[in-house]
Design a protein around this ligand. Sequence first.
Ligand code: COA
Length: 337
Amino acid sequence: MISVRRDRPARARLSALGAYVPDRVVTNADFVARMDTTDEWIFSRTGIRERRYAAEDEATSDLAVRAAQAILDDAGVAAADLDAVIVPTCTPDYLFPSVAALTADRIGARRAAAFDLQAACSGFVYTLAQAASMIESGWADNVLVVGAEKFSNLVNPDDRSTSILFGDGAAGALVTAGDPGSTNGFLGFDLGADGSLGCELLIPVGGTRHPAAKAFEPQDAYLQMNGREVFKFATRAMEETTSRLLDALDMSIGDVDLLVAHQANQRIIDHAVGRLGVDPSKVFNNVEKYGNTSAASIPLALTEARDQGVLAPGMRVLLVGFGAGLTWASTIVSYEP
Ligand code: COA
């Protein structure tokens, strides 16, 4: 990206959506067949019935490329016109290069800056803030945001308390420069992190603390989670970030047309929705079909909501996420195709 400050200010606009999920469906029955669990246990604790798994030879960037193409098709924008490709992910192909660099190359985004953003399941909303900032400060016109994750290689297949939760997928949005006089766009963001809780959800091996080349216990190369602590954090964080954002905007929950939360667990969402007093008919969920796809989960739900006619242009949508870090993020944005 080569950028020169634009004279004319712009308002960032969420202008297109798109998603890609692998074909392979892994049902609760598939887990029941090989570990001590039941469909009833999984569904009643999580709301998940099935998730998608990528093929052995498919990595995160392969999913990101497919979603990126869907978003560009939806937008009618050429990859050559992108100023930046940002991929929120916590399951990258490699420590480096970034998934974004690999994706930008494969879609032909030759003049785009490309980088990953690591805020785990809060990553999509964090990245929207980054994209909106680049546009509203005058440095970019078209920023592609693609959440992409392949968890199936990073969850311990023998750990019944984590393997059942996660799935693979990619989804995202195009953020573009819009009318500076618009009262729509992104109304605000609340982003945060509490690294003192980082140990509650992590993959211990593979970074500089415990390099992959040194001896380690095989299970330490997989995702590890203190489910109860993460559950408590998630319900609290969802409620607090939403309340802070609404207060800062002098809005009430009734001013929101649609709520799309990070699709980690139906019980977490229901709990927070109840505490916030959201009308359940204004909440869109699809965790039942995809499990937790981390940074891809919010745009995957948004894309489905749009395809099912639930998300209509101009609606004020509250997006709220939480995840490893531990992190949280919320924004209120209108969808303006
Ligand atoms: N099937 C059957 N039993 C299971 C099981 C499974 N798939 N997974 C765990 N159990 C067992 C445990 O071993 C435990 O047995 P024990 O009491 O004999 O030790 C029992 O169920 C209760 O475990 P617990 O961890 O207390 O269950 P829970 O009600 O807290 O539910 C989670 C576990 C993971 C579903 C829940 O903690 C959760 O959803 N946490 C948040 C996870 C999340 O969303 N993370 C991502 C954030 S981005």
